[in-house]
Every structure is written in structure tokens, then in C-alpha cells.
Design a binder for this molecule. Structure first.
Ligand code: FAD
Length: 488
């Protein structure tokens, strides 16, 4: 147990229990916000110099450059309510209604992505089954999906196994892999179907297959899928005027006078203390009645090592990946004549370092000044992870020239790395999360939150932070059962 002096708690307002939140990404900010609203005294520790974690928007002479997420799913109530509560509704920028179609690079050729897919879940059959993306044999194989029997095995299955079993190997290589890889960094074949594409799992479990599920939805909902609506007045997917970081900046401002926010302050380790915990930070220890760890799972594992080696071992079983991207600005006049796609997904079978190329300034207005275009190249960390920044830019430029024919007119470039922080929900993920939760039952007043557990999208992280806040305040939660939260 550390013996260094206990730091003061100035700035943590309220009269309730004192809760330390570690990590000021969206999950930690959402947890802190919830705790404050329930009367807790909150200290928020952030290792970096700014809040937001992977959500960061750079504003560069009229450009809005996202280092992390580009899209807020305002269709999801977690995001819609927060945006509205923070007074940001007027600043919401909807995605453009018409954008050039996305493409997939396969066999060196850019082929349009078929219509009728919503995050890999088929909404319409014909466009998928007639798409030139798949050669005719592969189309016939995909069309035979309706005859493939429901899998009797109830164990979790990988995305590769599911798609290959139901639709054939080509549908995995040229459709599922490139699309899933744009959403989930790292190798996607071993992703857990249930944790990453639960709707596909449900479609088979409930309806007997994907085609049968589409037919059922069409019978139930009519000819078009039920439109997904956000809060009244908000579009389903959007950004904010000067980038998604406005969300975390506004949350940080709201917390500033209601909680103690310590930037540049990493939590080093966690220890039990009578009735609560001690969190070691550089130079001192902070006491708290309860703790929410809202950091990537490898960081949470290290912080818990002295307190609970078993919990550390469980957290260490949750793999993470690195995200690498290069954003480049080009002069529009120098672009090749052919229209650029809003996104080009690159199949792994192409053997390239590029995972996808997207054009944020086509998707959202206001991302680049007139006469310029923003291009984002997402790279595979397993093929480019050892490169330094100059090599990454050179690689991105080479691939842009070869894939899109973009070679001249470069104005500037930016490299963004998020190392070992992105969760990889591989087969068995949900069991590993349950094991962590079970272990936390024996640690009253300790909870975990963040993208590592129940979904990596911003809405999932907001929900996760809020659940963790409730878990440490309520005795009867699924995550932990605090026994004696003191109010000292
Ligand atoms: C490139 C990219 C694109 C994405 N696109 C989208 C998108 O379009 N839409 C969408 O909904 N989601 C998207 N996501 C996912 C989403 O942005 C993330 O899952 C989410 O922001 C993660 O938030 P978090 O708070 O859980 O973790 P993080 O953002 O990783 O925050 C964790 C924080 O903890 C801090 N920390 C770490 N260790 C310590 C310590 N010891 N002590 C104190 N602090 C510590 C870190 O500095 C960091 O600030 C994207 C993610 C990436 C990387």
C-alpha cells in the first residue's frame, strides 16, 4: 500500500461520495458527467494534455481534420440527447444527401459497392446478388444462401467463418473483409460475429439466414427499410461545425466548474484503502470512495496490477489494435478528371498497406476551403506500423497515385496514430467481458468503462461511461455492488 501523502480534493464539488474517474475520453467524460449529475464529488484524471482521447479535431486554416472519428451517429439516443443537452444542436452538420458511391478495390480494379447494405447487413437482395463486385460463380454461391441451413452450434463464431459458411469465400474476401476492416482495425477474420455484427447473428438465429431476414423485414416494413431517425430535428449521422471534438470540448467545459479535472495526470496504480481506494499519480496518492477506469483495457490492466492480479490477467486477454491514418489536402484543380468515390475500401487480398481511402470533404460540407479536397488514407498497422511519419506519408502518396490516380497538387499532410488503444472484439469477446464483470463483483466501488467492452462507437462509449457511473453509485447493479461508499 503506498504511503505518500494524500492530495487535497479541491475542485471536486458536491456532497456525495468522492469518485475518481481515470481517462477523459468520451467514456470517462460521460461517466464524470453522470456522476456529477447524481451529486457525487468527481476528480477526473487524464494522462494527456487535452480531453477527448481519440476524438480530436484539428482546425487548420479553413480545414477541419479529424484525427479520430468523423461521424456522430445522431440516430442513437445517447449521442442525440447529449448533443441537445450541451446546446450543440444548432452546430450539427448533416452528411451530404448525395455522395459519389463507395467502391471496393479488388484485383486492382475499383468496383462500386452494391447498394442495399447497412453496415454489412443486407437490406435488399437484388443489388447485392447482381453486383459486379462478385464474379458470377460467387454471385450464384451468395444467392444459394437461402438454402444454407441454420447453424446448430450455439458457440460464438468468427466473421470469416460465418460469411464463408453462408455466402461463400469470395463474399468474405471482397465484401465483408474490406467493409468490416474499415470499421474495425486489425485483422478482421477472427472478429466475433456476436460482438461486432450482432444483427447478422440474429438474422440467422431468428430467421434462419440473411436472405430470409431481408424477406421478413420487407414483409413487415414494406418495400423500404424503416428509416432510422435521430432526435427530432437531428439527422441520423452528422458531424459538428468545427469537428466531432466539439462534443468532448463542450462536455469538458460543462464539467470544469462542477468537478476537478486534472489534465497531464496519469493514474499509475490502484490500491485498496479502508472503505475505498487510493490511486497513485506521479508524486502522490489520491483517496476516493470509488473509481471508474475509463481507459483502454491494457492500461486498465496495468493500473489494477497491484490491487488485483486476476483482474489484470482477465483484462490482458482483451486484444487491442493500432489505428494509422494519413490525411492529405490537395488542390481540386490538380485532381484527375474522373469523379472520386466517397470511400474506396481495399480488400486484404490486394496485398496493399492501405485499408481504405475516404474523402471527408465529400461526405460533410465545411471540411475544406473551396478549391481544395481532403483525403484520408487509413493504413494497415500490420503492414505499415513500423514506418516513421515521413515513410507513412510517402506510402500513402504512392498508394493514392496507384489507386485513385492522385499525384500532384498536394498542399500538406498529417499523420495520426492511435497505438494499442482500439479494441479488437475477437471470438469469445463477450465471455471475456462477463469474466471481467464477475471479477468486479468482488471489488465494490470499482467499475470499468470504455470502448473495450460493449461497443466502440461513440454512442456505446457514452452508454458505457454512464453505466459505470451508476454501477459505482448504486448497490444493486450488474457490474459491481459497492458496500460502504463513505461520504467523507
Ligand atoms: C480513427 C478512428 C475513427 C473512428 N470513427 C468513429 C466514428 O466515425 N463514429 C463513432 O461513433 N466512433 C468512431 N470511432 C470509435 C470511437 O471514437 C472510440 O471508440 C471512442 O472515442 C473511445 O473512447 P474512450 O473514452 O473509450 O477511449 P479513448 O478515447 O481511448 O480515451 C481514453 C483516455 O484515457 C487516457 N488514459 C490512458 N491511460 C491513462 C492513465 N493511466 N491515466 C489517466 N488517463 C489515461 C487517454 O489519454 C485517453 O484520453 C473511431 C475511432 C478511431 C480511432
Amino acid at each position: 500500500m503506498p504511503t505518500s501523502p494524500i492530495a487535497g480534493q479541491g475542485g471536486a464539488c458536491g456532497t456525495g461520495p468522492h469518485v475518481l474517474v481515470v481517462g477523459a475520453g468520451i467514456s470517462g467524460l460521460a461517466a464524470a458527467d453522470r456522476l456529477v449529475s447524481r451529486g457525487a464529488r468527481v476528480t477526473l484524471l487524464e494522462a494527456g494534455r487535452r480531453p477527448g482521447g481519440v476524438i480530436a479535431s484539428e482546425r487548420l486554416g479553413g480545414f477541419v481534420v479529424e484525427a479520430g472519428p468523423e461521424t456522430l451517429l445522431t440516430a442513437r439516443p445517447e449521442v442525440a440527447r447529449l448533443v441537445t443537452a450541451l446546446g450543440l444542436a444548432e452546430r450539427v452538420v448533416p452528411g451530404r444527401r448525395t455522395v459519389p458511391p463507395a467502391q471496393v478495390l479488388r484485383d486492382g480494379e475499383r468496383v462500386p459497392l452494391p447498394d442495399g447494405l447497412a453496415v454489412l447487413v443486407p437490406q435488399r437482395l437484388l443489388p447485392v446478388l447482381t453486383s459486379e463486385l462478385l464474379p458470377w460463380r460467387a454471385r450464384l454461391r451468395a444467392a444459394a444462401e437461402i438454402l444454407v441451413p441454420r447453424c446448430a452450434d450455439t458457440a460464438d463464431e468468427s466473421l470469416r467463418s460465418f460469411v464463408t459458411r453462408r455466402l461463400g469465400p469470395r463474399a468474405y474476401e471482397w465484401l465483408a473483409e474490406p467493409l468490416a476492416g474499415t470499421l474495425h482495425p486489425g485483422e478482421v477474420g477472427e472478429l466475433s460475429l456476436r460482438a461486432t455484427f450482432p444483427q447478422l447473428h440474429r438474422d440467422e438465429a431468428v430467421h434462419g439466414g440473411l436472405a430470409r431476414a431481408v424477406l421478413h423485414r420487407r414483409r413487415t416494413w414494406g418495400r423500404s427499410p424503416v428509416p432510422r431517425e435521430g432526435e427530432p430535428g437531428l439527422p441520423p449521422a452528422s458531424t459538428l461545425r468545427t469537428g466531432t471534438a466539439e462534443l468532448v470540448e463542450a462536455l469538458h467545459r460543462r464539467l470544469a466548474d462542477r468537478a476537478e479535472v486534472r489534465l497531464g495526470t496519469p493514474a499509475l496504480s490502484l490500491h485498496r484503502m479502508d472503505g475505498g481506494y487510493l490511486v497513485r499519480i506521479p508524486g502522490t496518492d489520491l483517496p476516493a470512495d470509488a473509481v471508474v477506469l475509463a481507459v483502454p483495457t491494457p492500461r486498465a490492466a496495468r493500473i489494477c496490477a497491484a490491487l488485483d492480479p486476476e483482474l489484470t490477467a482477465l483484462l490482458d486477454r482483451m486484444p487491442v489494435a493500432t489505428s494509422l491514418s494519413v490525411v492529405l489536402a490537395f488542390r481540386e484543380a490538380d485532381l484527375p478528371g474522373a469523379a472520386l468515390p466517397v470511400c474506396c475500401h481495399v480488400a486484404a487480398t490486394e496485398g496493399r498497406a492501405t485499408r481504405s481511402i475516404s474523402i471527408p470533404s465529400l461526405r460533410y460540407p465545411g471540411r475544406a476551403p473551396g478549391g481544395t479536397v481532403l483525403v484520408r488514407v487509413a493504413l494497415r498497422a500490420d503492414r505499415a506500423g513500423q514506418d516513421d511519419d515521413a515513410q507513412l506519408v510517402a506510402r500513402a502518396r504512392d498508394e493514392l497515385r496507384e489507386i485513385l490516380g492522385l499525384s500532384v497538387g498536394l498542399l500538406w499532410s498529417r499523420v495520426h496514430r492511435h497505438e494499442d488503444v482500439l479494441p479488437r472484439y475477437t471470438v469469445g469477446h463477450q465471455d471475456r467481458v462477463l469474466a471481467v464483470r464477475d471479477r468486479l463483483r468482488s471489488r465494490p466501488g470499482l467499475a470499468v468503462a470504455g470502448s473495450g467492452y460493449d461497443g466502440a462507437g461513440i454512442p456505446d462509449c457514452i452508454a458505457s461511461g454512464r453505466r459505470a457511473a451508476d454501477a459505482v453509485l448504486d448497490r444493486s447493479t450488474e457490474q459491481c455492488h459497492p458496500v460502504a461508499l463513505t461520504t467523507a
